[in-house]
Write a protein that binds this ligand. Structure first.
Ligand code: FAD
Ligand code: FES
Length: 265
């Protein structure tokens, strides 16, 4: 894990309030699918880094895709090409890629949860049908409505996933949430990887429990230190932690990816 300055290579607004930034940084070469970085706003009054998923990592380039949700992400969205910003990472555990070996994989992406799954889709797409790789990869991407412009859907297709689109209001793709859309398309799977809002992840967990399918979920929680020191990001776990004997895990350190059966949501 490193903390260093990264140069902005490009910046795009994918749709209103959702930004796509590519950074040149040595952190990229160590980054794994499902990990995240802390991005530090340049304004010194905002000391804490903002956790953002590694959407893509290629060579010395890292891609982040985020929604403006408060002052920190607003400031980060205003940074210009060629400027620099402080980042720290890679952080967290990342997806359990081995769980996809020989399996029909379903990626469930709710709104701004999609960036957490793109690098995984690329990795699985490149291994599809090979020894240790998945049998097939399908991705259901859920959006609130059509103006969200189905951002990243084309990237999932380019990664080799069969893509299904869903939206809450039916203005694009199948009307309903990602689980309803997977049901409507009769998608069969042996393993699920999911990221999205908490109500969606709760639904994924109970769907996976009912079907007896392993599911891996990436949790987003308010974070402060981001490196395991403040206990500001704990999630309840089914089993006691062997070290501290409590039913808690830190999302920033033991997560953000958990097997759904390990956590109580
Ligand atoms: C592991 C992880 C990965 C994430 N990846 C993405 C991503 O790829 N794209 C994306 O759009 N969003 C992502 N988020 C959510 C993103 O971190 C928050 O939207 C962002 O921190 C909000 O900061 P702010 O200053 O704009 O908002 P404010 O509400 O002003 O933030 C105040 C403080 O609360 C923290 N905070 C607020 N909301 C969240 C949140 N949901 N999660 C964690 N900390 C929060 C901020 O970091 C800051 O320290 C991720 C969160 C986590 C935990
Ligand atoms: S944010 Fe401090 S322990 Fe996770």
């Amino acid at each position: 894990m490193k903390k260093c300055r990264a140069r902005i290579v490009s910046k795009k607004e994918l749709c209103e309030g959702i930004f796509d930034i590519r950074l040149r940084t040595e952190i990229a070469k160590d980054a794994k699918a499902g990990q995240f970085v802390l991005v530090f706003p340049n304004d010194p009054s905002r000391l804490l880094g903002r956790p953002l998923c590694i959407c893509e990592a290629d060579g010395d380039e890292l891609r982040i895709v985020f929604r403006i949700s408060g002052l920190g992400t607003k400031e980060i969205s205003g940074i210009s090409e060629d400027e620099e910003i402080m980042i720290e990472g890679p952080l967290g555990n990342g997806w359990n890629i081995k769980a996809a070996a020989g399996k029909e994989v379903l990626l469930l992406c709710g709104g701004i949860g999609a960036p957490a799954l793109l690098q995984l889709a690329k990795k699985l797409g490149s291994q599809k049908g090979k020894e240790g790789g998945p049998k097939n990869v399908k991705a259901v991407l859920g959006y609130r409505n059509a103006p969200m412009n189905t951002f990243l859907a084309g990237d999932f297709e380019n990664a080799g996933a069969e893509v299904v689109i869903a939206s809450d209001d039916g203005s694009v793709g199948i009307k309903g949430n990602v689980i309803e859309a997977a049901g409507e398309k009769d998608i069969d799977c042996d393993v699920i990887f999911a990221c999205g809002p908490m109500p969606m992840l709760k639904a994924v967990k109970s769907f996976a429990d009912r079907k007896g399918i392993p599911a891996y979920i990436s949790l987003e929680e308010r974070m402060a230190c981001g490196v395991g020191a403040c206990l500001g990001c704990v999630v309840k776990t089914a089993a006691k932690d062997a070290h501290s004997h409590v039913n808690n895990a830190r999302i920033c350190t033991e997560g953000p990816v958990f097997e759904a059966s390990e956590v109580i949501l």
